[in-house]
Design a protein around this ligand. Structure first.
Ligand code: UGA
Length: 316
């Protein structure tokens, strides 16, 4: 039986991954330190969704805790999704937390995985490593040029994965996630904020003029990409874009949200925020070729899933 260890397991994406691994009959060690970057109650609710299931052990601890590092040694696959998220908040004094949680913790996990000879470590990288590029869609050969301190830390950790692969043969695979959305999305992200504001009768806040383009990717597709990366026979240190079925600007996404809400919410605009790129857009051709993965969920349908989840949550 495959034993997986998932970090950041109480979070948006990793909680879906844990459930999928348990559905497949795997044993899972689910690790999360429950940082207070956003409401811990939402993380606890995510944990409660799988905490009592057969095959899972929940460890509430930091990635660097000896109890976690000990368990790494027993894993066939480590999925490293823990970290400090949030592009726009990564400036100034906040930066220390990004370095500690995204760079230092990844290095500690890589050391543990290396000494235990863990066969596979899948790292949750980010489209933010690209920054603003001269042309789109970008593939993995584009020169990374992060535009936010957050992106710098995600790229640094991705490089660490690469150099542990090159120097020690550690089987790392980095997936560059492109703005993931769907049920349980982090409350600081655009779709969550838009839907929650609309349901509460408050105006949505658009940063800039709403023409920023994102390659939004449905969480269920990302879970499939993670699982494919966990089992694929690929060279250590591989890096893949995992992007969605289509790109759209923020104004267009709000139109789709309004359609599923059944009403047009009021909108306010504020200035552009430092660190926000104009556009993301990836080519997932390499992931298709090596991992047999492509995104399947259309944006219209995926947004409908998130609106339905937020609606149920707001009345429950
Ligand atoms: C997201 C995640 O937050 C990062 O953790 C991840 O690494 C990144 O995607 C990525 O793909 O690499 P972001 O694209 O900023 O970052 O995602 P959202 O928070 O959903 O923002 C999407 C767009 O909506 C941005 O242009 C943002 O400025 C805008 N926005 C956000 C608003 O107009 N209003 C809001 O209230 C929030």
């Amino acid at each position: 039986m495959v034993k997986s260890l998932v970090t950041g397991a109480a979070g948006f994406i990793a909680s879906h991954l844990v459930e999928s691994l348990l559905d497949a009959g795997e044993e899972v060690v689910a690790v999360d330190s429950l940082t207070d970057y956003y409401d811990v109650a939402q993380k606890r609710a995510n944990l409660a969704g799988f905490g009592a299931r057969r095959g899972v052990e929940v460890v509430t601890a930091d990635v660097a805790d000896p109890a976690v590092l000990d368990r790494v040694a027993q894993a066939d696959v480590v999925y490293h999704l823990a970290g400090q998220p949030g592009v726009r908040l990564s400036w100034d004094r906040n930066f220390g937390a990004y370095v500690e949680r995204n760079v230092d913790r990844t290095q500690q996990l890589l050391e543990a995985a290396r000494s235990a000879r863990v066969p596979r470590l899948v790292y949750a990288s980010s489209s933010s490593v690209y920054g603003n590029q001269p042309s789109y869609p970008v593939d993995e050969r584009a020169l990374p040029a992060p535009f936010s301190p957050y992106g710098v830390t995600k790229l640094a950790a991705e490089h660490l994965c690469g150099l542990y692969a090159q120097n020690y043969g550690l089987g790392t695979v980095s997936l560059r996630f492109f703005t993931v959305y769907g049920p349980r999305q982090r409350p600081d992200m655009a779709f969550s904020r838009f839907i929650r504001s609309a349901l509460a009768g408050r105006p949505l806040t658009i940063t800039g003029d709403g023409t920023a383009i994102r390659d939004f990717t449905y969480v269920g597709d990302i879970v499939e990409a993670l699982r494919a990366a966990g089992r694929a026979d690929v060279a250590p240190g591989a890096v893949y874009n995992t992007c969605g079925t289509e790109s759209i600007d923020v104004n267009g996404a709000i139109g789709l949200i309004a359609h599923h809400l059944g009403f047009t919410p009021a909108v306010e605009r504020c200035g552009a925020v430092p660190g926000d790129v104009r556009r993301t857009g990836g080519s997932a051709r390499l992931a298709e070729q090596d991992l047999g993965w492509t995104a399947e969920m259309t944006l219209a349908e995926g947004i409908g899933e998130q609106v339905a989840w937020e609606r149920a949550r707001s009345v429950g």
